[in-house]
Design a binder for this molecule. Structure first.
Ligand code: AMP
Length: 286
């Protein structure tokens, strides 16, 4: 496995694979890799000839007062996990290498980033799109693997890649969960033991709502109310949002009539956790 911090070396390393017509799979990450990330990397390994993983904590996607300064760093373990899983190249540049001294360009996808996490994290998705666009330009992958855990990000990146004809297939990978159902996240490390246990209520509330949908409750406001009640009575300190949105447009739906996503962001202490599940209106009986 090769590791490099420079764009030039990475491009050079990928040239022979590209020339030989090999498929290139790419998994962008911010490091502190866990089983959620590994599932993306293993999927890329199974699907593609050459696998590139980037590890870069992107300052552009953090707002003032967010956790940029304390974001976990486990670079050595990340490298050895990548090596064990047959990754070909790890790209872990520093901020100067990625952005130079005076970056002025931002990539903005209209509308899709306005709601959900975009409401409270202004500029977050422009930061995500800018770094992902740069990484796609640098790596020029055939396929890039993203987790459904960050559902809004997945939809936005897919739209960006299509709108800008980037020639990258954005592959959605299912959310990996802890035994108690909590979505795996680098940010789970910030939680105390008590908060970690309590945080399982997020997924429990989503599952409860999905079961209600399956048994015929299709009104968003009733489902959302039940999630609020469950999560606040099981230890969440604050709810940022609970919303039910159209799978593609991410617009809120008042009633579940086709595929939708129930999305939530909630705080446990200072730690903000997100999760989501897919729901579908039950088929009408024939
Ligand atoms: P991050 O390092 O948090 O930027 O995440 C890098 C990629 O891993 C993104 O595509 C995430 O959606 C994905 N990811 C993070 N956590 C999980 C998880 N629990 N299951 C599946 N994918 C995940």
């Amino acid at each position: 496995m090769m590791t490099t911090q420079t764009i030039r070396e990475l491009r050079e390393a990928l040239r022979p694979a590209r020339r030989a017509g090999q498929s290139i799979g790419f998994v962008p990450t911010m490091g502190a890799l866990h089983d959620g990330h590994w599932s993306l990397i293993e999927r890329a390994r199974a699907d593609c000839d050459t696998v590139v993983v980037s590890i870069f904590v992107n300052p552009l996607q953090f707002g003032a007062g967010e956790d940029l300064d304390r974001y976990p760093n486990t670079l050595e373990a990340d490298h050895s996990g990548c090596r064990q899983r047959g990754v070909d190249v790890v790209f872990d540049p520093d901020v100067g290498e990625m952005y130079g001294a005076y970056p002025l360009t931002r990539v903005h996808v209209a509308k899709l980033g306005d709601g959900l996490c975009g409401t409270t994290r202004g500029g977050h998705f422009d930061g995500v799109c800018t770094v992902v666009a740069k990484l796609f330009n640098i790596v020029q992958p055939d396929r890039a693997f993203f987790g459904e855990k960050d559902y809004q990000q997945l939809v936005i990146v897919r739209k960006m890649a299509a709108d800008l004809s980037m020639g990258v297939e954005v592959v959605a990978c299912p959310t990996r969960r802890e035994a108690d159902g909590s979505a795996m996240s680098s940010r789970n490390q910030y939680l105390s033991e008590r908060q970690r246990k309590a945080a399982a209520c997020i997924y429990a509330s989503l599952q409860m709502a999905a079961e209600s949908v399956a048994s015929g409750e299709l009104e968003s406001k009733n489902l959302i109310r039940a999630i609020h009640t469950h999560v606040t009575s099981h230890g969440a300190d604050r709810i940022d949002y609970v919303e039910i949105v159209d799978t593609e447009s991410l617009e809120s739906v008042s009633r579940i009539e086709k595929s939708a996503r129930i999305c939530i962001a909630a705080y446990f202490g200072d730690t903000r956790l997100i999760d989501n599940v897919a729901v579908d209106a039950p088929l009408a009986p024939r």
